[in-house]
Design a protein around this ligand. Structure first.
Ligand code: RIB
Ligand code: CA
Length: 308
């Protein structure tokens, strides 16, 4: 089986943690590396979390530091969902692995060169690292085969009424990525807010093994926030981006033109799509996910986590 070379750029983050746990047990992937970015919590914490998660899950791929702040706007965090430590305030053993110092943009570029144009970049946090990599390494755009990102929405937001959190954290970076010409799969809220894992399903997952139990425990902090916002369970935002390339049959979406609002006050960070508009953009730059087979997705998540 020819493995798919992938890179994971993330801001762990509870759903990022599940995404990494799943990725590490998908033999179809060759994980070239992981990079951390400021997002759900500060980069110092997302970097440390990514390292400790890699160790806890038994992974061996290198983890690299990334951007500590967005390209222009001030950083924002999501303690209210992910807890102050980013993992639902559940602590993990410190990773004994060597601390990588190569910055994410350079590490991504090196991996893309090594993958010889076949690299699939899975981005599940703000797109700051990806944008910096594209700006610093002019040939990178030709070396990345596809970007599968969790972010955006063709309709409502979650960070504001207009904007989804990953995009809202760094709209200018997102705008650059959507204009890069690299084929994009956008796993946005239209689909991910249908990928809700119920508390009962999370408890069934926890019974599988200690890894799954950690993921359930880390999710508890955010469950209260979700419930207060009308969702009884954990939205598997980031796991959908890891699973789409391997299980496309679970998802449905449409090609669209997508542009990111970087000037608006009310609409700052909105991914404007032409999906529901007579007036179309003169480009189609993303496959926008709109629906998911929730039961099928949960079954796949359980099956993969059962491999720990
Ligand atoms: O809007 C959800 C996204 O924002 C997820 O990636 C979550 O981890 C947060 O980063
Ligand atoms: Ca994330």
């Amino acid at each position: 089986m020819t493995k798919i070379p992938v890179w994971l750029d993330c801001d762990p983050g509870v759903d990022d943690a599940m995404a990494l746990a799943l990725l590490l047990k998908c033999p179809e992937y060759q994980l070239m590396g992981v990079s951390a970015v400021a997002g759900n919590v500060e980069e110092e914490k997302t970097f440390s979390n990514a390292r400790n998660l890699m160790h806890f899950f038994g992974g061996t791929a290198p983890v690299y530091p990334g951007a500590k702040k967005p390209l222009f706007r001030e950083p924002r965090t999501a303690y209210f969902v992910h807890g102050e430590n980013g993992l639902g305030n559940v602590t993990l053993p410190e990773s004994p692995q060597k601390v990588q110092t190569l910055p994410a943009p350079d590490a991504i570029y090196e991996a893309a060169k090594a993958a010889d144009g076949e690299l699939v970049l899975i981005a599940i946090g703000p797109l700051t690292n990806v944008a910096l990599a594209l700006m610093k390494h002019g040939s990178l755009g030709k070396l990345i085969k596809q970007i599968v990102l969790m972010g955006g929405s063709a309709s409502y937001g979650n960070a504001t009424p207009a904007a989804e959190a990953n995009i809202f954290c760094d709209p200018e970076a997102a705008s650059l990525v959507f204009q890069s010409g690299i084929p994009i799969v956008m796993c946005g809220l239209d689909m991910t807010l249908k990928a809700i894992m119920s508390p009962r399903e999370l408890d069934a997952m926890a019974a599988l093994n200690p890894t799954a139990r950690f993921l359930r425990d880390a999710a508890q902090h955010g469950l209260a926030y979700s419930k207060a916002h009308g969702f009884d369970g954990m939205a598997l935002h980031d796991p959908t981006a890891v699973l789409y390339p391997l299980y496309p049959q679970l998802f449905s979406g449409e090609e669209a033109g997508v542009a990111v609002e970087t000037k608006g006050s009310v609409t700052y960070g909105k991914t404007v799509t032409d999906l529901y508009s007579d007036k179309q953009f003169p480009f189609k730059n993303a496959l926008v996910m709109l629906d998911v087979n929730r039961e099928g997705l949960i079954a796949v998540v359980m099956d993969i986590l059962n491999r720990y």
